[in-house]
Write a protein that binds this ligand. Sequence first.
Ligand SMILES: *Cc1c(COP(=O)(O)O)cnc(C)c1O
Length: 432
Amino acid sequence: MDYSHIRNEDLDLYNLIEGEEKRQREGLELIPSENYVSLAVREAMSCALTNKYSEGYPGKRYYGGQEYTDQIETLAIERAKKIFGADHANVQALSGAAANIGAYFAWLEPGDTILGMDLAHGGHLTHGAPVTYMAKLFKFVRYGMKDPDTGEIDYDQLREIALKERPKIILGGFSGYSRSIDWKKIAEIAREVDAVAMADVAHIAGLIAGGVAENPFDHGFNIVTTTTHKTLRGPRGAMILSKGTVSNPLRAPEKTMENLPTLIDRSVFPGLQGGPHMHQIAAKAVAFNEALHPNFKTYAHQVVSNAKAMAEVFKEEGVRLIGGGTDNHLILADVYGSLDISGGDAETLLDAAGITLNKNSIAGDTRKPFDPSGIRFGTPAITTRGFKEEQVIEVARIMIEVLKNKDDATVAKARASIKELAEANPVPESFI
Ligand SMILES: *Cc1c(COP(=O)(O)O)cnc(C)c1O
């Protein structure tokens, strides 16, 4: 990208942006929620649409001058529906957190109950962490894994809690869970207790789009929320997909499952947000077009093959993996239990070696959340750089070396190898 105007106006900021670009170029990104977008996505994000107000929805706006914005938002909506087989898509949600709040308020009244995954077992902050406002407004109850060493979800427990608590929403989907999910079982339990089945696929949306993970809509889910910037490889943002009939969002419909699309539109605007960020929506449309291209299937499959290959190296080295391995793009390793280093220290050492990942609590963690026992890492970003099994196995071996030896000499050697690997595999400019 050409930043000549920023350079001319604001040299301090220019230098910081250049620094971040260099960091991304020379290091390896293993944070499983991060990715690299195409230049086409970045161009859309910097286009003149950032100047435009378009409160409302295509054909039903509160401001004039919408002949292009209506068509742009409609393109994004239609592509999103096609990727996920949804009846409706709201592409205005500003982030994953906002998408979840929008979905909760579409269906719930304050005080209602949501049954979601235990945060320590991989559920997300927005699934009712006590520090969030949502936890003050709704009652969150929890299910979890039967055994952290296999990762299987305790579906019997899930059903028992559902029958006892009668939640209005049963929530599936995670940010720290590496196995596949039995969407059908969750949807059946939701139906049994008359709850909306909602999946938050923020992490695995790209794997679903690429046909390498199951789509909750194929198994009876009513609502699917997702970010657009993780495995889906689009701009920072989110959307809410749903099944049901779409009617006029200017009129409040009855709260029935059939009306979910309209309830969701009204919940996002005017319920939660003001004007949509139309440049982001244009960038979403670009990313969705890329996700519909056959190349995206190849990418998604490679993401999972790479994660499995890295998991094997860790297992061969005797490192305990939560869930016993991976079916998706991410790996959770108990480095404190297996390599005698805390998650925080592991994060710092690997950062010094040019590998970015995050410390993570593991199920039943005996350590404090700020320096827990685990690390979480994944393959979406390095796979975008073109890494195949051979290279990710090398990265995994370097990680193990660093975590075992914990000394400056090993870190320096690792840093040189990582920089070489990164430079040999630059981020591509386009994917189709
Ligand atoms: C990342 C994530 C979110 C939040 O997305 P933001 O865009 O950071 O608000 C919500 N749910 C899950 C499962 C996530 O992984």
